[in-house]
Design a binder for this molecule. Sequence first.
Ligand code: AMP
Length: 306
Amino acid sequence: MSLLVVGSLALDTIETPFGKAEMTVGGSATFISVSASYFIQPVRLVGVVGGDFPKKELSFLEEREIDLEGLQIIHEGRTFHWHGKYSYDLNSRDTITTELNVFADFDPVIPDSFKKSQYICLGNINPELQRKVFFQLESPKLVIADTMNFWIQGKHEALLDMLQYVNVLIVNDSEARELSKEFNLFKAARVIQNMGPKIVIIKKGEHGALLFYENELFTAPAYPLESIYDPTGAGDSFAGGFIGYLAKTDDLTYENMKRAVIFGSTVASFCVEKFSLDGLRDLSHLEIKDRFNEFKRFSAFEAVEI
Ligand code: AMP
C-alpha cells in the first residue's frame, strides 16, 4: 500500500517547564511521516522548506525511507516557524508566534508518481491547501485530516468545505469543541460526523483518545508515562502511527482501527519522552510492539458476576 503525507515542515521554538529549544526541527508532516515510517516504507512526503532547513535533517528523513520527490526547497526563503509555550501541566500550550514564511506561498503539487497513493494524511495546514491536494489524487482509499484552532478560527468556511472529502478527522478535545460548538465530546463528534468524516478521533492528551467509528465508540487510554519532556508532535505522531499501521495492514474494519489507535498512541508516547523529534529518531520494532502490548495489560480486566 502507498502512503502520502502532506503538511508543514518547521523550525520550532519550544518552551516547556523543563527547558527551551530554539529552531528545532518540527512540523506536522515531519512528525507524521517519521512515525508512519516505522510501519510502512517508503512514505511519500509533500511540503516546503526554506534554504535554512538543516541538510542533516533532510538526510535523516531519507534514511527513514521518506521519499522527498514532492518536497519543494525554496533556497532564498525561510522555513515555517512556530513558537509554542507549554503550561506547567503540559496539557495546554500557547502559540507565541506563527511565521508562515515559505508556507505563505506554498502550492502543493503532487508529483505524478504520488497521485495514485491510496492512504493520504493531510497534516495540519491551511484547509484550502488540503482541499487542493485532494483534487490532485486519483482514487484514494482513505483520507485522514488533522487541523487546529488556528484554521478553525481563521479559515472556517474552507475547513467545512474540505471536511466533505475526508474519511477520518483527527482533532484534540478543545478543537472538537470549537469546531462543533458543542461542549460534550460525544455530541461534538456527532456534529463533526455530520460535517463529512464518518470517523472522528478526539485526542485528549494524557487522558487518551476517543474513536467514533460510524455508530461505534472506542475509548483508548494513554500510555502512563513517568516522564513527559515535550508534547510537541504528539498529535502528529499519533496520526502517523495510526495511518502507517492502516496502510501496512490495508484493513479498514472497526477492529483494526482500534489497533491503529493504540499504535498511534504508542508512537506518540515515545515522541513526548524527548525534545522535538528526538524520541522518534531510533525506535526498534520490538520497542513499539512491547509498548503496544503493555497498553493491553494496563487496560484489560476480567469481568465477574455481581
Ligand atoms: P502537534 O503538537 O502534534 O499539534 O504538532 C506540533 C507541530 O505543528 C509543530 O512542530 C509546529 O511546527 C506545527 N504547527 C504549529 N502550528 C501550525 C500551523 N498553523 N500550520 C501548520 N503546522 C503548524
